[in-house]
Design a binder for this molecule. Structure first.
Ligand code: F6P
Ligand code: MN
Length: 361
């Protein structure tokens, strides 16, 4: 298709807005500012070591860590700054929160404040940066219930995933893509690097309900709960097992890239609650990883769960809360949820997890 026949992100947003005659355009300007941050990050990621951007962030001769104790990469810090600087000035936001900042970010006093909250993981999968594997930015837009023109509080952000106004991610892979939901399905844009525009390339993305591909970090298998052990054991038994079909496995260690694969061709992703570290009920963060990806997955006809309950119905208790996550093709996620509900799964034993099995208990 000739490039001029495609919609840009701006055109898509304006046409969507025409459905809501009362809309004031603030939301569109917010999404375009987020997209600008993503374009700047895409450029920095592509420059990589040419611009000296690989490696850890160092301040006063010290490596820095974020609130979760993870070492910050140079590109984590840069990406966080891009998100802040493209969004703080516009008057659309009451405040922001990020994986890289312990507390909510207050809009500086020289700028007006608005009605939305922006929550983001500026560079997901950043352990992959230095090895040149896909990484991405994840964002979620909420309405701020607190009083306008006062400082935002952590409590303002503690909203269920089902309250999200919009969510999206940018994926910095062989091409840079922006995937977006405003609550009416999911669309995908590809960055035209010459025009510097996100062009609509993927309309109405739908996740197939069935799949033969799963993603899980199997090195944690001895810490999994019984329902996950059962599900994986049954997949591994393939054609001759209870599932009567072969399964394939993928693990990129960039959740945003796994989510994208699942949006494009189906699959199921699990980073379930496990017993590895009792202080961490799961690996992924609820507000800026699980909820936005979950909203996108459900808008594309997939399903998202903690295993135990509907993820988008979980009431958050803290900004950086971690949670067990299962998402992807609806029938597989439903099956995993059903294993969590079955008493007999608790007593599940498979030769794979036995004394001399592949995944020793
Ligand atoms: O931000 C969390 C994250 O980087 C995800 O993108 C990814 O799925 C996961 O951590 C990888 O975890 P692990 O290091 O256990 O494979
Ligand atoms: Mn992340």
């Amino acid at each position: 298709m000739p490039i001029t026949k495609r919609s840009t992100l701006t055109q898509y947003l304006i046409e969507e807005r025409r459905r809501y005659p009362g809309a004031d355009g603030e939301f569109n300007s917010l999404v375009l500012d987020v997209a600008l941050a993503c374009k700047a990050i895409s450029n920095a990621v592509a420059q990589g070591e040419l611009a000296g951007l690989h490696g850890d962030h160092v301040e006063a001769d010290m490596h820095t860590t974020n609130i979760q104790g993870e070492t910050q990469k140079k590109l984590d810090v840069l990406s966080n700054n891009y998100f802040i600087h493209t969004n703080e000035w516009s008057g659309t936001l009451a405040g922001m929160a990020s994986e890289e900042m312990e507390h909510p970010y207050q809009i500086p006093s020289q700028y007006p404040r608005g009605k939305y909250l922006l929550v983001f993981d500026p560079l997901d999968g950043s352990s992959n940066i230095d090895v040149n594997v896909s990484v991405g930015s994840i964002f979620s837009i909420l309405r701020c219930a607190g009083k306008q023109n006062t400082d935002v509080k952590e409590a303002d952000f503690l909203q269920k995933g089902s309250k999200q106004v919009a969510a999206g991610y940018a994926l910095y892979g062989p091409t840079t893509m922006l995937i977006l939901t405003v609550g009416r399905g999911v669309v995908g844009f590809t960055l035209d690097p010459v025009l510097g525009e996100f062009m609509l390339t993927h309309e109405n993305i739908q996740i197939p309900a069935d799949t033969q591909e799963f993603a899980i970090n199997a090195s944690n298998s001895r810490f999994w709960e019984a329902p996950i052990k059962r599900y994986i054991a049954e997949c591994l038994e393939g054609k001759t097992g209870p599932r009567e079909k072969e399964f394939n496995m993928r693990w990129i260690a960039s959740m945003v890239a796994e989510a994208h694969r699942i949006l494009m061709r189906g699959g199921v992703f699990m980073y379930p609650r496990d017993s590895k570290d009792p202080s961490k009920p799961g690996r992924l963060r609820l507000l800026y990883e699980a909820n936005p990806i979950g909203f996108i997955i459900e808008q594309a006809g997939g399903r998202v769960s903690t295993g135990h309950e509907a993820l988008l119905d979980v009431t958050p208790t803290s900004l950086h809360q971690r949670i067990g996550v299962v998402f992807g093709s609806a029938n597989e996620v439903e099956r995993i949820e059903s294993y969590h509900k079955m008493p007999r799964t608790e007593a599940f034993h498979s030769p794979l997890f036995g004394e001399r099995g592949l995944f020793r208990e």
